[in-house]
Design a protein around this ligand. Structure first.
Ligand code: ADP
Ligand code: MG
Length: 390
């Protein structure tokens, strides 16, 4: 579904649900991180792209004039109800905490959106690592901008959405997801410095290439404990090297400190230091439309995540192996796991003309090797959050 189609669908569903057309419509995209994994909490760089999959909200004032926001999602049987007469707090249903947190963020800035009837749908798959949560938050914020007629700085909007996820959903996420959903621009990736929060749009408008997102449809549940360990190992490495964070460390410094580290800590640091460098170089390669070089950085990123950082899994490795098998001749420039790891998605840089053949080959081989059906879709760099009807 294109964004205009999706928006028409949500408007029609709003009409069916509430018996009148919506007055406002807003959208915010999901994202895929092209390169720069496990660099964010090390003050490094990430390079995400907004994808052509969105959360869309349609809204109008409630007919009874009540000071209550009611949100109905196609994914949830129970609506989320936010009573604006009392301070907004964490509540049930759980999914409502994302929009609740955003409303609380606006209230903290002295902005009261007023009562609303909302209908929403998302083409970002939920819980697959493509950040349906950030899309939901940033969409809520963008809808409130439409309703109040007052836009806020997109960086402030992203930080407000991140705070909602921290405080209301209890997820201590970084800044990447909300930044790309709020600041993405069509035909561009976003190089984001997680230390300074400086952003740079990196043009990627060559119609001959696209990104393929391959959902392995597995999620191994060693997640959160392993992430906490990785963070601690990175902090230990920085301490031994004598820098504030691994962002400040060079490969030379790491080698000199090697004898003072365990092998595991050394390899974790080698991943992070190498990955930060790869991300900056990949952005340069994208600017120059040097696709084979960008692809090599993606493969190198995967190998490092698999061998040094140890956050891959069999299914992710299978996808990357199949991609390497198809190779440059078959239209694949590079492929890597994306997101935290232990399942979720891979991202591949491919020739646009070969998308169909590559999709078929990956789906068939992945099924043969794992017995699992992958979900595969392509996207070009999409636009960030937008007000569709003001
Ligand atoms: P991801 O962000 O990778 O998709 P998360 O676990 O962070 O995965 O966020 C998924 C959660 O966000 C869902 O379980 C649900 O609570 C909420 N969510 C996201 N999109 C929607 C939606 N369209 N409708 C209802 N809840 C949603
Ligand atoms: Mg999320």
């Amino acid at each position: 579904m294109t964004l205009p189609e999706l928006s028409a669908y949500v408007a029609a569903e709003f009409q069916k649900t509430y018996g009148r057309p919506p007055r406002w419509i807003a959208a915010a995209p999901g994202r895929v991180n092209v390169i720069g994994e496990h660099t964010d909490y090390n003050d490094g760089f990430v390079l995400p792209m907004a994808i052509e999959f969105y959360t869309v909200m349609a809204a109008d004032r409630p007919v009874d004039g009540k000071n209550v926001i009611t949100l109905r999602s196609t994914f949830e049987p129970e609506p989320a109800v936010i009573d604006l007469a009392v301070p907004v707090k964490i509540s049930t249903p759980k999914w409502g905490n994302y929009p609740r947190g955003v409303v609380a963020g606006f209230q903290a800035r002295g902005v009261n959106p007023g009562g609303l009837d909302v209908f929403l749908h998302s083409t970002v798959p939920l819980g697959s690592g493509l950040s349906s949560s950030a899309a939901l938050e940033v969409c809520t914020a963008t809808l409130i901008e439409a309703v109040t007629g007052k836009t806020i700085d997109p960086i402030e909007k992203a930080l407000l959405a991140q705070k909602a996820e921290h405080d209301f959903a209890g997820v201590p996420c970084g800044i990447m997801d909300q930044f790309i959903s709020a600041l993405g621009r069509e035909g561009h990736l976003l190089l984001l410095d997680c230390r300074t929060r400086k952003t740079e749009l990196v043009p990627m408008s060559d119609p001959a290439v696209a990104l393929l997102i391959i959902n392995t449809n597995v999620k191994h549940e060693l997640g959160s404990g392993e992430y906490a360990k990785r963070r601690a190992e990175c902090e230990a490495a920085a301490r031994i090297i004598g820098v504030a964070s691994l962002r400040d460390a060079t490969p030379d410094q790491l080698e000199r400190a090697k004898s003072k580290m365990t092998d595991v800590v050394y390899r974790r640091a080698r991943h992070v230091i190498g990955e930060i460098e790869r991300t900056v170089h990949a952005a340069e390669g994208i600017r120059q439309s040097n696709w084979p070089t960008v692809g090599q950085f993606m493969y190198a990123s995967h190998a490092s995540l698999r061998d040094d950082y140890e956050v891959s899994c069999k299914e992710l490795d299978v996808v990357v192996d199949i991609a390497e098998d198809i190779g440059y001749k078959g239209g694949v420039y590079g492929c890597r796991m994306t997101g935290g790891g232990f399942g979720g998605c891979c991202v591949a840089l491919v020739k646009a003309e070969a998308i169909e053949a590559i999709t078929k080959k990956i789906a068939t081989d992945y099924k043969a090797k794992t017995g699992i059906d992958a979900v595969i879709f392509s996207s070009r760099p999409a636009a960030g959050a937008t007000i569709i009807k003001a």
